[in-house]
Design a protein around this ligand. Structure first.
Ligand SMILES: Cc1ncc(COP(=O)(O)O)c(C=O)c1O
Length: 489
């Protein structure tokens, strides 16, 4: 056995924090960095407590944790030793005290397609505020019913005590699939049963699963221009060729897509609220799109991320409800109604695709977390979700109206608000040579999350504009924010 390295222990410095954790971290680092060799003897808890002038109980707690995790072993009558082998993962994960900053390699496992996607994300403005004013893509997080959710969470957790591990299913928790199925049949006109619903971690994962299940390298995919960067990234990363399709006030210009890219394998569309411009796909275009998909045996991915955020009229029904040929893959999400990190969404897939999609979900991450699924199922079944939707709609309408009025009052010479009655952001068209980039930079200096529309174009920006998120703050704060913005631009 190797001897105790007494000077090393005297040098183990404690920093701020809970002492027992400091003991654990100081010793673990010394082991991982090989300052304490494998198999070497370490002091008794009493001796170390004296050397470091700390309580023995703290040392015992630190040693217990190191022993539980396999870093040290105590041999009766002989003392305590660093284990002969320690968990490899801890070493290879680089648990070093002085982590070295490394750039992500651009070659090796990061293939060319993924490197291109990385470039796409680097365009994203970096706000360091946690909840900036006018942040794009966030719903009314201040209205999430914390109390109700907490109560249901407690109930589900208590009830599931003897059932943990029994609910795992890659397709998703059955009561949640059932609740979603009932809800979207009535509110969205989606044609489904619980058996063709798959629970996923948001629409981002829905797109990823779809791309992996249906696309091969070189397949063409339609994407609106300007359009959702998250979709562009997913399809590009599978090696698909993303083809930009024009957009106007009726949403995607389907004829443009058919004329220029008739052989595409998949069309990504946001029929109820085109992102980011907000048009609604007209009925004639819906029919044209479905006919094209049927004729060419192409798939349509319907991103219905924002469908419940409509203020003046009733929600427009889903494209999927019109599909008689089983060409539409429908995706919905709770991230907008709840909060962005909620990470539960769902796919409704034609029966013939179900198995392939469930296997792809299984291979991606086995399944979506049980607990949140179970709570969400109850939240919907007991009517809390529908009530929450009504409350959010009302608040969004008020917030939107307040921001539009403030823009018209303080910024009318600089920009015009595009008419819309949906979504959680406003599109403003800029005048007199003002660019989206300039406004974004100025807004960022004020800690605001306004974005230039230019981020969403595939190529050249055809018109200067900005996106202003309006859902995530009460009206007064936003009105004041618009006034401050007007002062600087
Ligand atoms: C158009 C669009 N689709 C999908 C998503 C992603 O949704 P999820 O949070 O469910 O992954 C977003 C997010 O902002 C979005 O803007």
């Amino acid at each position: 056995m190797k001897k105790i390295n007494a000077p090393l222990f005297q040098e183990l410095l404690l920093e701020k924090g809970v002492i027992k954790e400091q003991v654990y971290h100081a010793l673990r680092n010394a082991i991982v960095e090989e300052r304490l060799p494998l198999g070497s003897k370490i002091p008794s808890t009493r001796a170390l407590a004296e050397m470091m002038s700390i309580s023995r109980n703290s040392v015992i707690a630190g040693y217990d944790r190191l022993a539980d995790e396999g870093y040290i072993v105590t041999l009766k009558g002989a003392g305590t030793f660093v284990a002969q082998s320690i968990p490899d993962s801890n070493i290879s994960n680089g648990f070093s005290k002085k982590p070295q900053k490394k750039d992500i390699p651009t070659d090796g496992p990061l293939n060319a397609d993924i490197a291109r996607v990385r470039n796409l994300w680097s365009e994203e403005p970096e706000g360091d505020e946690r909840n900036p004013l006018f942040c794009v893509g966030v719903g009314c997080t201040d209205l999430v019913p914390h109390g109700i959710w907490g109560r249901l969470l407690g109930q589900v957790w208590k009830e599931s005590r003897y059932e943990l591990g029994l609910h795992t299913s890659s397709q998703g928790f059955l009561p949640l699939r059932r609740a979603i199925s009932h809800y979207i049949q009535s509110t969205r006109g989606v044609n489904c049963v619980e058996d063709n619903i798959i629970i996923v971690n948001g629409i981002q994962q829905a797109m990823s699963i779809t791309a992996r299940a249906l696309l091969s390298k070189g397949d063409e995919v339609w994407l609106d221009d300007p359009g959702y960067k998250g979709a562009r990234g997913v399809f590009m990363s599978t090696g698909a060729l993303v083809r930009p399709v024009r957009v106007d006030e009726e949403g995607m210009d389907v004829s443009d897509g058919i004329r220029r890219f008739p052989l595409a394998k998949l069309a990504y569309v946001v029929p109820s609220d085109q992102y980011p411009l907000g048009g609604t796909l007209s009925l004639s275009r819906r029919r044209e799109l479905l006919d094209w998909a049927d004729t060419h045996q192409a798939w349509i991915f319907e991103d219905d991320y924002n469908s419940e955020f409509r203020y003046a009229d009733r929600s427009v029904q889903a494209l999927q409800g019109l599909d008689t040929q089983q060409r539409v893959i429908y995706a919905g999400t709770f991230s907008k109604m709840m909060y962005p990190e909620f990470r539960i969404g769902f796919l409704v897939v034609p029966p013939g695709l179900k198995e392939q999609f469930v296997v792809t979900k299984y291979l991606a991450d086995l399944s979506t977390g049980y607990l949140e699924q179970a709570v969400l199922a109850r939240f919907i079944e007991e009517g809390h979700y529908a009530r929450h939707v009504r409350r959010v709609r009302k608040a969004c309408y008020e917030r939107r109206t307040a921001v539009v009025k403030a823009i018209q009052r303080h910024l009318s010479g600089k920009m015009t608000v595009q008419q819309s009655d949906s979504g959680v952001h406003i599109v403003c068209w800029l005048h007199n040579g003002l660019t989206g980039h300039e406004v974004e930079v100025k807004a960022r200096q004020l800690g605001m999350g306004i974005q230039s529309l230019s981020h969403y174009y595939h190529g050249e920006t055809s018109r200067e504009g900005i996106l202003i998120g309006f859902a995530n703050h009460p009206p007064q704060a936003m009105v004041e924010g618009i006034r401050r913005l007007a002062e600087v631009i």
